[in-house]
Design a protein around this ligand. Structure first.
Ligand code: SAH
Length: 220
């Protein structure tokens, strides 16, 4: 696995961006939208990396609030610094970040509190024995569904076809059907309004097509 070189002064740089960072709550948040001044609900990105998607979405959708999770501190430094350098793009203060692990989400959010969950270019964990670590393993998919409100949605995109096919199998095993599936997002009608992530720019520049799906969550 590629490792990021330890960032010089990482802790100080992150502390300087603490106005963007959420603290892990003592009890799961029943109303995460109350962290923000207005807006309609909360969308969550898991594994935001350098943060370009979250910055772009927050700017493009001023009525929505965005929270972006990333578990690696040194990567979060880059994401929050990008948010700071792009703050003029936002007409509302609608973007926050959290250093957090997807596996710990139930400590952050109460059930049925999120409008959408976005997974972008999640680590593929190609070895079969690591399947449980994939962020689209059925155990985690079920967790996201619990957190998403009735009528909310899960979005997933990746260049990695084996991970995408695995994800489709996991969804089928859970008995749910995506609203759409595309193996070439940029050539599809679903590309309208698509905000590209850093990985997405890299992989599409190299000629890889992007797989994407959306699934609307219906609670019984
Ligand atoms: N979404 C970004 C980065 C993709 S790389 C982009 O498309 O450009 C995947 C990112 O997910 C990495 O930054 C990695 O640290 C993060 N990640 C992996 N597992 C995670 C987990 N369990 N919880 C939170 N973030 C995770």
């Amino acid at each position: 696995m590629m490792r990021m070189r330890k960032k010089k002064h990482g802790a100080e740089r992150l502390a300087a961006m603490s106005h963007y960072l959420l603290e892990r709550p003592d009890v799961p948040m029943e109303a995460p939208a109350s962290l923000f001044d207005g807006g309609d609900g909360v969308c969550l990105e898991i594994g935001c990396g350098k943060g370009g998607f979250a910055c772009g979405m927050a700017a493009a959708h001023p009525t929505v609030n965005f929270i972006a999770l990333e578990r690696v501190h040194d990567v979060m430094v880059i994401a929050t610094e990008q948010a700071e350098s792009r703050k003029e793009e936002r007409t509302r203060d609608n973007l926050r970040f959290a250093v957090a692990d997807a596996n710990d989400l139930t400590a952050w959010f109460a059930p049925h509190t999120l409008d959408a969950v976005y997974l972008n270019f999640s680590d593929p964990w190609p070895k079969a024995r690591h399947a449980k670590r994939r962020l689209t393993h059925r155990r985690l998919l079920e967790l996201y569904f619990t957190l998403i409100k009735d009528g909310g949605a899960l979005f997933f995109k990746t260049d990695n076809r084996p991970l995408f096919d695995f994800t489709l199998e996991e969804l089928a095993a859970l008995g749910v059907t995506p609203d759409y599936v595309t193996y070439d997002l940029h050539a599809s009608p679903y590309n309208e309004g698509n905000i590209r992530t850093e990985y997405e720019e890299n992989f599409s520049a190299k000629g890889f097509s992007i797989n994407a799906l959306r699934l609307t969550v219906h609670h019984k």
